[in-house]
Design a protein around this ligand. Structure first.
Ligand code: GAP
Length: 512
């Protein structure tokens, strides 16, 4: 299967097994909006708990809040979102389709970079053991040409973006001969800026003054509550405020399933620090956050940092943690050193003093801030895409298995009576009664045991427990491991501990 086919199969699997559905599907759906089904909601909640506990329980100086989606409209003026939270858009006059100009250019650069890597691979195959990659990259004409072109377009694009030069962005698209993937033509309009915030009104008078936005990030809720939390929690710098919540962006290029949605969820933590210490804390949080990811065991090779060359006006350092999604390495989480940009601007616009008094030095200052921000939905996609496998078994059979890290799996154990008679369902119910207070479970007595195992593999259940006739005599059951398919006979009395060892989230947290 190619990566593209695998991704399509995953999207279909998510729907078939109750993880993720297109929103309002009976009305043909709504672009870039998805609903989580019974299993998707379970997986999402476990991811959020892993993040929330790692932040607020493992760090004495981080507390969590829950602020509102609606905020005073001035918040978004102070944060810079009203003036500058824009995407550059371009339309193709033939297909009438709208694209992000920056994405068209970035895709073009990525194709050139791909070409470089393919040429290098060709060289490796051709020259075998004697292949000198460094020399080849410096001397092979095809590699040099593609790299020079990619660098040239990249530099032009960076300059155009820095200067907000929309004419130049269009010119790059024209000069590179970029065509619309739908119409195949180069008949482009001008590039225009388009604000990504959704707006609505607080009353129904239609007055412009009543305009209110759906928050495009949860972070501003933290900044405007900074003083309240610091004072009521008697927090001493350095300290952090964490929050999980919905955010909304009118994304124009809606694609790649739940990777880019119009309504999504963020897990953000703002860490307030003394000015001048931000680079140290930036480094610390880069490393903490990477450890949080690696701790899930989804392979160090699937993560990388991408340090930003061009910094947003409020940041003095920024990096992304990228994950190897089926469509390539893409941003999963952002870590930004935001200076005092947000608190400083809220102080100016609100006229309220937002300062920290340091009792040890007697100084007052506006704190600096290092932010970690991860999309819950992107994390769900990372876990699902890494976990989805089609395995060939002996005897020509195959199974689809989701090898979700056990503490994140939505269902931890399935209890299965071998037959629907002879007192087996009754004993199985007793096993359920033993386990239900500790674990999310499913009880299933329909179809052959083989089919039931396959159903549980397909939803990523780490353990299946089978109750058979011997169980009536010896009070033991068979426990089957999802990943190895190995089966073991164990006393019912020991089940809870065996399952707990593998699925308890605290064991994951202890390793951090
Ligand atoms: N407060 C900083 C901030 O919002 P961002 O890089 O725009 O930074 C942070 O977003 C994270 O939110 C991203 O790394 C991504 O995981 C997630 N995210 C952003 N836009 C998203 C979208 N349209 N759909 C799903 N997740 C999104």
């Amino acid at each position: 299967m190619t990566q593209e086919e695998l991704f399509k199969a995953l999207v279909a699997h998510c729907k078939e097994y109750g993880f993720i559905f297109p929103s309002s599907e009976i009305y043909d759906g709504l672009a870039a909006v998805y609903d989580y089904g019974q299993l998707g909601a379970g997986l999402k909640n476990n991811i959020k708990k892993y993040w929330w506990d790692a932040m607020t329980r493992l760090n004495e100086n981080i507390v969590g809040i829950d602020s509102c989606i609606f905020m005073h409209p001035k918040v978004w003026v102070a944060s810079g979102h009203v003036a500058a939270f824009n995407d550059p858009l371009i339309d193709n006059k033939d297909s009438k389709k709208r694209y992000r100009a920056d994405v068209l250019i970035e895709d073009y650069i990525a194709k050139l970079q791909d070409k470089v890597e393919k040429e290098v691979e060709k060289g490796r195959k051709k020259f075998g053991d004697s292949f000198d990659e460094e020399e080849y990259r410096k001397t092979n004409p095809n590699v040099m040409r593609a790299k020079a072109k990619a660098d040239e377009v990249h530099n032009r694009y960076l300059e155009a973006e820095t200067n907000n030069d929309l004419k130049e962005m269009r010119q790059i698209i024209v000069d590179c001969g970029i065509v619309d993937p739908v119409s195949g033509t180069k008949n482009w309009t001008d590039v225009r800026q388009f604000n990504l915030m959704f707006s609505t009104q607080t009353s129904n008078t239609g007055e412009a003054a009543d305009k209110i936005y759906l928050r495009p990030e949860t972070a501003q809720g933290i900044f405007v509550e900074y003083l309240n939390v610091q004072k009521t929690g008697r927090m001493k710098i350095p300290f952090g405020i964490a929050q999980i919540g919905k955010a909304f962006r009118n994304e124009i290029v809606a694609r790649q399933f739940i990777f880019r949605m119009r309504e999504f969820e963020q897990m953000e933590m703002e860490f307030f620090i003394k000015p001048g210490t931000e680079m140290e804390w930036f480094k610390t949080w880069k490393s903490n956050r990477m450890n949080w990811h690696l701790n899930l065991g989804m392979g160090a090779e699937n993560y990388r940092f991408h340090d930003h060359e061009k910094l947003a006006h409020y940041a003095n350092a920024a990096t992304d943690i990228e994950f190897n999604f089926p469509f390539g390495f893409k941003e999963l989480e952002g870590i930004h050193s935001r200076t005092d940009f947000d608190l400083g601007n809220h102080q100016k616009l609100s006229g309220k003093k937002i300062q920290y008094f340091d009792p040890e030095t007697g100084e007052s200052y506006t704190p600096y801030c290092v932010e970690t921000s991860i999309g819950v939905d992107r994390m769900v996609l990372a876990v699902l895409s890494h976990s989805y496998h089609v395995e060939q078994l002996e005897g020509g059979e195959s199974r689809v298995v989701l090898s979700i890290p056990a503490p994140l799996a939505p269902i931890k154990v399935a209890v299965l009576p071998l037959l629907k008679k002879d007192g087996l369902p009754e004993l199985a119910q007793k096993v359920v009664d033993e386990l239900k207070f500790d674990f999310d479970y499913q009880y299933d007595e329909k179809d052959s045991i083989g089919k039931r195992y396959r159903r549980q593999d397909a939803i990523g259940t780490p353990f299946c427990v089978t109750v058979d006739h011997d169980s009536l005599e010896d009070n033991s059951v068979t426990i089957r491991d999802r990943d190895t398919m190995a089966q073991e006979r164990v006393p019912i009395a020991e089940l809870r501990d065996i399952i707990d060892k593998k699925v308890n989230l605290n064991n994951l947290l202890r390793k951090l």
